[in-house]
Design a protein around this ligand. Structure first.
Ligand code: HEM
Length: 283
């Protein structure tokens, strides 16, 4: 049982042509395994979260009822990307598990939507949003170490509350970048193998070996994304995470949830411009 499918090219060379499709089921089972273990852990074994609480009453009093979290543009990007990602996953993998339809055209169109939306996101996040908010900082690393020690019953002070994004979300974003960019970069070249409206078909652009490796990387990134998307949807639907999911629809989160999980010194709330205290809250 190999992880790759091989073929012989016209020159007699053995080349990989794509991943073995049983890897789809490996990804689905790995995703389900993670969800089940996590749900059991949280239900029966996890202790309540504990954080350092050093926010002054004065700062707490100035947090608005609705804390702005995602701008309209950021939310639109998220849902366009989600729709294109789900379309890509279903069009790619349903035919492989026996549900046949003319998938390639829908697939590359969704691929173009994903590619353009990600290009937009990179520019938007770099120049309009807080670019560094999604990357782990020194406090995340120090707190991660405290959390590991406390997990193993060793004495350690409680961690700080989170900045805008918890470390887990930042790490997830990093893994999504690796898989997403691998699928996108290979996918753009693979469009030369099929008929699209962008450029003439040219299957001779690369050698058979290079094409084969490209299809393998595209497939590996794709099955990786099956498990990652399952985890993401699971967390989005968990009851204790619903305030975060709601913020991706309405743009804001409740003050109480913000104060429970987030540190106003690490995630500075922007006050609505009509508010009498329309400057930023300093931690
Ligand atoms: C969630 C992301 C994606 C997943 C899960 C995914 C998955 C797949 C899979 C499994 C195949 C079949 C490959 C094979 O037979 O070895 C495929 C083919 C293809 N993908 Fe994707 N893909 C994704 C993103 C993209 C993107 C972003 C593009 C374009 C920009 C793209 C363009 C293509 C093209 C053109 C083919 C057809 C190649 C052919 O039939 O020769 N894909 N994709």
């Amino acid at each position: 049982m190999g992880f790759l499918k091989w073929a012989t090219d016209p020159w007699g060379q053995t080349v990989p042509i794509h991943i073995a499709w049983f890897l789809i089921w490996v990804a689905v089972i790995a995703g389900l395994f993670f969800l089940i273990v996590h749900a059991i852990w949280l239900r029966y074994f996890a202790k309540p979260k504990e954080f350092v609480d050093d926010t002054s009453a004065q700062v707490v009093a100035r947090i608005p009822k609705h804390v702005p979290r995602h701008s309209l543009v950021a939310r639109l990007f998220h849902w366009v990307m989600a729709a294109s990602m789900l379309t890509l996953l279903f069009t790619a993998f349903l035919p492989k598990i026996g549900i046949q339809f003319n998938w390639v055209t829908y697939h590359w169109i969704a691929g173009v939507v994903l590619t353009v939306s990600i290009l937009f996101h990179v520019i938007h996040a770099s120049f309009w949003l807080d670019f560094w908010a999604i990357w782990p900082d020194r406090t995340d690393v120090e707190d991660a170490w405290k959390r590991v020690q406390r997990f193993f019953g060793m004495p350690a002070p409680p961690p700080h509350k989170f900045a805008k994004y918890p470390l887990e979300n930042k790490l997830f974003h990093g893994v999504i970048i690796v898989c997403g960019l691998s699928a996108i970069c290979t996918g753009v070249f693979m469009m030369f193998r099929v008929r699209t409206v962008f450029f003439p078909r040219n299957p001779y652009l690369f050698s058979d070996m290079t094409w084969g490796l490209m299809y393998v990387l595209h497939g590996l990134a794709g099955v990786g994304l099956i498990a990652l998307v399952m985890m993401h949807v699971y967390f989005g639907l968990r009851p204790e995470k619903l305030p975060i999911t709601k913020s991706m629809i309405f743009g804001w989160m409740d003050r109480d949830f913000y104060l429970e999980e987030h540190d106003p010194a690490r995630w500075v709330v922007e006050m609505p411009s009509s508010s009498p205290t329309s400057k930023q809250v300093e931690g």
